[in-house]
Design a binder for this molecule. Structure first.
Ligand SMILES: NC(=O)c1ccc[n+]([C@@H]2O[C@H](COP(=O)([O-])OP(=O)(O)OC[C@H]3O[C@@H](n4cnc5c(N)ncnc54)[C@H](OP(=O)(O)O)[C@@H]3O)[C@@H](O)[C@H]2O)c1
Length: 355
């Protein structure tokens, strides 16, 4: 049972990211001082939205320059913190060198941050932003899991450097975190494992998260002929921030937490938007047949290999979210609200234009 003192600063790595920005906003709204570790503290396009959030809040933000691949880089930012949120990790799918661009920053970065936590005597709890990607690769893995549903007991055994390397990077990073917590007794570890995070971006013009790219793809016409019914989980970014907050401050938080609100698919994500935006945006309205995807998929997108299509299209995704509901008393926003709020922010900021 770890008790965190809210008058002490809290470190957030990758503080400017899509997910972390909402966490930082929550922390400063609660009156907490945030040590925001980012790669480019001088770049207002990347951190201006955080300064704006802090200006309206009781808490404050202090920025620190840090990089996952530089040993000891987070040391200064961690001084005096009892609670460390490690969110920084590349969430990109189109990379040239998966080892260099995904695995190294994820795995070595986690080691770097957690090794530093062993040296800073104030640290009592580390919350790592892992992912459902550390639990499964393809929708079929969820059906093949014991009981036909993913749980916190399941680990991803199907991703590799050559197949879904982002999932592989998140698996290795979380495994590294559990290895390191066992090498000391000063702090405990909680992991938040979100499925696909959607919802409004606090910095929509400059977000590079794959979450924002997916929304732009849905509304930008890439799927106007139809969307693949790829089974997946979705959760709102505001709920993910709340889950992090509770995982940090609730003394009983323990272990991994699947952070998933809805068992859905790509097509349903698009069609929830039709009522409000269907007249003005080229949204998907029907499912693309699997046989057609098997033929055209590999030509249109290098991620759409036949293996990926076989293991995901028309396959439901199932996960048990009861642990986070019970332990952290989490409730989740409805899918329609998540999708509409996300879409509206992109429209308001000119990132999506009506036809
Ligand atoms: N979005 C989702 O659907 C989802 C789902 C499950 C888990 N997650 C996890 O949530 C976390 C945040 O993802 P996100 O969606 O918010 O993506 P994001 O907006 O791209 O945020 C990623 C953050 O990591 C930082 N970063 C990347 N490489 C770095 C390096 N070498 N050194 C220091 N910082 C580095 C980025 O900094 P720069 O801005 O300087 O590049 C950025 O602050 C990640 O751990 C991701 O795996 C996301």
């Amino acid at each position: 049972m770890t008790q965190i003192d809210k008058t002490k600063p809290v470190l957030v790595t990758g503080a400017n990211g899509y997910v972390a920005s909402w966490l930082v906003k929550k922390l400063v709204d609660e009156g907490i001082t945030v040590h925001a570790a980012v790669r480019s503290p001088e770049n207002n396009k990347k951190v201006g939205h955080l300064k704006a959030a802090a200006a309206l809040a009781k808490g404050e933000i202090k920025f620190f320059k840090a990089d996952l691949l530089e040993a000891g880089s987070y040391k200064e930012a961690m001084q005096g913190c009892e609670l460390v949120y490690h969110t920084a990790s590349p969430f990109v799918t189109d990379v040239k060198d998966p080892q260099r661009d995904l695995v190294d920053p994820a795995e070595k970065g986690t080691a770097n941050v957690l090794e530093t936590a062993k040296e800073i005597s104030s640290v009592k709890r580390v919350v790592v932003t892992s992912s459902c990607a550390a639990i499964y690769t393809d929708a079929i893995d969820s059906i093949n899991a014991p009981g036909g549903r993913l749980t916190e007991q399941v680990w991803n055994t199907t991703a590799s450097l050559n197949y879904q390397p982002y999932s592989y990077s998140k698996t290795l990073a979380e495994q590294k975190a559990w290895e390191l917590v066992n090498s000391q007794s000063q702090w405990d570890l909680v992991t938040i494992n979100p499925c696909l995070v959607l919802g409004p971006a606090l910095n929509p013009q400059h977000s590079t998260s794959e979450s924002v790219n997916i929304l732009k793809m849905l509304g930008g016409g890439d799927m106007k002929m139809g969307a693949p019914k790829i089974g997946m989980g979705v959760v709102d970014v505001r709920d993910v921030a709340e889950a992090h907050y509770r995982a940090g401050f609730m003394p009983n938080a323990d272990g991994r937490y699947i952070t998933a609100a809805h068992e859905t698919d790509f097509l349903e994500m698009g069609t929830t938007l039709l009522g409000t935006y269907g007249d003005k945006f080229p949204l998907p309205r029907k499912a693309l047949p699997k046989w057609l995807l098997m033929i055209i998929g590999p030509m249109t997108n290098k991620l759409f290999t036949r293996k990926f299509i076989r293991n995901n299209v028309n396959i439901p995704w199932r996960a048990d979210n009861s642990k986070i509901k019970n332990d952290l008393q989490m409730n989740f926003l409805p899918l329609k609200k998540t999708m509409e709020d996300a879409f509206q922010v992109l429209i308001d900021n000119g990132a999506l234009k009506a036809k």
